[in-house]
Design a protein around this ligand. Structure first.
Ligand code: CU
Length: 544
């Protein structure tokens, strides 16, 4: 394994010769995959327990005590301009140095140099037009996860935004790709109910390291229904981006890269193809934060933005009866009615919109949110420390939103989709050559040029998903509804409109799917980013 320290580079990638490949191939002249490997100094790794996914990197840096650093929420991005066409935003993707661990300066890739990126707060029916500028050294692709977005703005993995300036001419073999240099405009119509969405990098084969370095942020859609409910808002509406990372002795992020340049071949080393986990849990970029709160109701919008780690969140409070979570929303927006959950299993890509009621608490009380699937340092997540009493006029209505039920009886098609490990087609630049293992959907690794599924607008379909490993399975364009799990009723956390479903090993689920609004090519893929980068994606062609 090689651990890459994300140091600033002064050289620029240069093109050499075209490489014919099914994969996107980028080459950097004079640089080999090992050139920037740091040798993994101080970083050990071990396989994690059976209930989680992947392998965990161990940090060598000094880590803070849990619940000592103040919690924050990402700043809301102000539009540059508001006009009849919509709200216009501008985001620069660039390197930056942030203090994540106390006393260390960590280089990140950030939207506007921030990690997490700035939060976009959009309103239903009002387009958000976001111009991204790429000041990094590699191509990027930005996807709005959960967005009901036309194909040309959905962030198809080969629709590169090339870096500004005279950086390498990038080579790829996807004739349908729309590649632009410098800046790209993504148009999000916002024609969807209030929901907790997020944006992140989605570049083919290199999403894992790009998100790990920091390319992720919230995009919240608001609407009259949500606003009219009287839910906690303002400072009591906390979007919480949860992820895990590891740091070397200098406080730099480590990622077990097969190609530390992020230019060709595979993103992640073979040892970590099951998924990369870190031993530091970050909430909005802060390790194990503490949030000073009032004895009031709080809306906690959980997003698992981790590459591979699955969490089981539970409240651990001073009362004999811990308050539990009141789930009000899922990936695609509000539930029809609130649902009490003692614990929440949240896999990469998933969101849970919850209320935690602290009205019975007193100053000095605290409630800790723990991860029951973690151990040691990955058990603790964050702490809510009650330091004041305040009036609270918020409500949790019995009825939240009207939810249309997709009727399985109207389905026009059934599909079986199997998610498993297998052999990848040979890939230039990968040492393993033809022996490379990867992750397959129905026996095939992702190929941009191959349509895998064709679906018609407006038609309900039933998809049966099966797996022999943990996979959080994500669908673009439209959310779906979970019909069954292992032939029985869905689990308590499957309610509402989902766009990502956590499918643990040897389980199966049936989902009802219906695409609306836009035709074109969209993605079905695993949201374990190391799986995604190693083939586990499929094309969905949506047609009239
Ligand atoms: Cu997977």
């Amino acid at each position: 394994m090689s651990a890459f320290r994300f140091r600033a580079r002064t050289d620029r990638p240069q093109p050499i010769s075209p490489v014919l490949s099914r994969r996107t191939v980028l080459r950097a002249a004079g640089l080999t995959a090992g050139a920037f490997a740091a040798g993994g100094a101080g970083v050990a790794w071990q396989l994690s327990g059976p209930r989680t996914v992947g392998a965990t990197l161990r940090s060598a840096a000094r880590l803070p005590e849990p619940f000592t650093l103040p919690g924050t929420v990402p700043p809301v991005l102000a539009p540059e301009r508001v006009d009849a066409a919509g709200d216009h935003y501008r985001i620069v993707q660039r390197r930056a140095v942030r203090e994540i661990l106390p006393g260390y300066r960590t280089e990140i890739w950030g939207y506007n140099g921030q990690f997490p990126g700035p939060t976009i707060r959009a309103t239903r029916g009002r387009p958000a037009i976001v111009v991204h500028r790429n000041e990094l050294e590699v191509p990027t692709v930005t996807h709005l996860h959960g967005g009901h977005t036309p194909a040309e703005s959905d962030g198809y993995p080969t629709d590169y935004l090339l870096p500004v300036g005279d950086a390498a001419a990038m080579i790829h073999d996807d004739p349908q790709a729309v590649v632009v240099r410098g800046e790209r405009e993504y148009r999000y119509p916002g024609d969807q109910p209030a929901a907790t969405l997020w944006y992140h990098d989605h570049r083919m084969d290199f999403t894992g390291p790009a998100v790990w370095r920091g390319l992720a942020g919230f995009h919240l859609v608001d609407d009259d229904v949500d606003r009219g409910l009287g839910l906690p808002d303002g400072e009591r509406d906390l979007p919480l981006l949860l992820c895990d990372r590891a740091f070397d002795a200098d406080g730099q992020l480590v990622y077990p890269a097969a190609d530390p340049m992020g230019m060709h071949g595979a993103a992640v080393s073979d040892d970590y193809m099951q998924g990369v986990q870190g031993d530091v849990l970050l909430v909005n970029g802060v390790p194990w934060p503490r949030f000073p709160v009032a004895a009031a109701r709080y809306r906690l919008r959980w997003l698992n933005a981790s590459n591979a780690r699955v969490y089981r969140l539970r409240l651990d409070g001073p009362h004999r009866q811990a308050p539990g979570f009141i789930q009000i929303g899922s990936d695609g927006g509000l539930l029809d009615r609130p649902r009490h959950l003692d614990a929440i299993d949240i896999a990469p890509g998933e969101r849970f919109d919850t209320i935690v009621d602290l009205t019975g608490y007193r100053p000095g009380d605290s409630v800790t949110i723990v991860n029951e699937l973690g151990d040691g340092r990955t058990f603790d997540v964050l702490r809510l420390c009650v330091d004041r009493t305040e009036s609270d006029s918020s409500r949790i209505p019995d009825r939240l939103a009207e939810l249309e039920r997709l009727d399985p009886a109207t389905a026009v098609r059934r599909r079986d989709l199997h998610f498993r490990m297998g052999d990848m087609p040979s890939m230039p630049g990968h040492d393993g050559g033809a022996d490379m293992k990867g992750w397959l959907i129905d026996g095939r690794a992702f190929d941009p040029s191959r349509p895998d599924l064709t679906a018609r607008l407006g038609e309900v379909e039933i998809w049966r998903l099966t797996t022999n490993f943990n996979h959080p399975i994500h669908l673009h364009l439209n959310p779906f509804q979970v019909l069954t799990r292992n032939g029985r009723a869905p689990s308590a956390t499957d309610g509402g409109w989902k766009d990502t479903i956590h499918l643990p090993a040897s389980q199966e689920a049936e989902i009802a799917v219906r695409f609306t609004g836009y035709t074109g090519r969209f993605m079905l893929h695993c949201h374990n980013l190391e799986h995604e980068d190693r083939g586990m994606m499929a094309n969905v062609a949506v047609t009239h």
